[in-house]
Design a protein around this ligand. Structure first.
Ligand SMILES: Nc1ncnc2c1ncn2[C@@H]1O[C@H](COP(=O)(O)OP(=O)(O)O)[C@@H](O)[C@H]1O
Ligand SMILES: [Mg+2]
Length: 259
């Protein structure tokens, strides 16, 4: 079992913590500037807990770019994304910029602060959508969460911000304890590509063979996939509110009426 612990930053330079902050291996040259950045961010302690693991320690999440942990900042718990030493990114600053853009339309964890190697943001306490679906089988509740996800994707499409990893990445949809869904990880987001968040997320939720697709079909009913393809094509060709609402109705099937 990976270990859980709350570590004050004065102790973060010690192993096994240092090599998670500087994943996958800490050297004094890498560690020193990071500790200074954490001080600037007023991080008091880092919490190693959560369902993922990094070596022997528990963490909230691990991707190719970052390790995410909870951090204590001026008495508040926030999510801290720590850039992996072996990631190809120069810094987390570009991701922060895109997260701020998403926040402007009410999408993503609320941005708090960024330095070269760290991104501080709202902590989403909850589960991945897939896990949430395993324990929430009520059709109306699931329809509300899925409609909210689609609405958030519509808003991102509207501002031309393409998330980039919504079609096959089950790790980027979280649902918090009050059943509010959040899209996370704007690391591969872009304003240069054609924004296809709605169509990508529909693929992930309704058109594939993933566990999420199966659970969704189980709870809200099977999609007519041929009709869905047609409605998605319409939306792609002509992205307007009417076509989006037709899509919502199609995806969420009987019993759901768009606001
Ligand atoms: N704000 C957050 N609150 C809680 N958990 C988060 C938050 N942001 C990310 N995570 C978790 O950490 C994982 C890794 O973060 P992510 O930003 O996807 O890193 P990467 O860019 O390396 O893929 C996510 O899949 C998610 O489970
Ligand atoms: Mg990710």
């Amino acid at each position: 079992m990976p270990r859980s612990a709350i570590i004050p930053i004065i102790q973060l330079g010690e192993e096994p913590f240092a090599s998670v902050v500087c994943y996958p291996r800490a050297t004094p040259d890498e560690m020193q500037p990071r500790i200074e950045e954490l001080r600037r961010l007023e991080v008091e302690a880092v919490e190693f807990s959560g369902k993922s693991s990094a070596f022997t320690l528990s963490v909230l999440g691990k991707g190719y770019v970052g390790i995410v942990v909870a951090a204590h900042v001026r008495g508040v718990r926030l999510a801290l994304k720590m850039q992996r030493v072996d990631s190809e990114r120069e810094s987390l600053e570009r991701e922060a910029e895109l997260l701020v853009k998403a926040n402007r339309v009410g999408v993503g964890p609320r941005f708090v602060a960024v330095t070269k190697h760290f991104l501080l943001m709202q902590l989403i306490e909850g589960d991945l959508l897939e896990e949430w679906l395993a324990t929430h089988r009520d059709k109306a509740a699931v329809q509300i969460v899925l409609a909210d996800i689609l609405e958030q994707c519509w808003r991102l499409d509207e501002i031309g911000l393409d998330h980039g990893e919504l079609s096959k990445a089950p790790k980027h949809l979280l649902v918090d304890k009050s059943d509010t869904p959040f899209i996370v990880d704007f690391e591969t987001a872009s304003t240069q590509r054609n924004a296809s968040n709605v169509t990508s997320v529909c693929q992930f939720l309704f058109q594939g063979n993933s566990e999420v697709c199966k659970a969704v079909a189980d709870i809200i009913g099977e999609q007519n996939r041929i009709e869905l393809v047609e409605i998605l094509r319409n939306y792609r060709k002509n992205r307007n509110r009417q076509n989006f609402e037709d899509l919502l109705k199609q995806c969420l099937a009987r019993g759901y009426s768009a606001k």
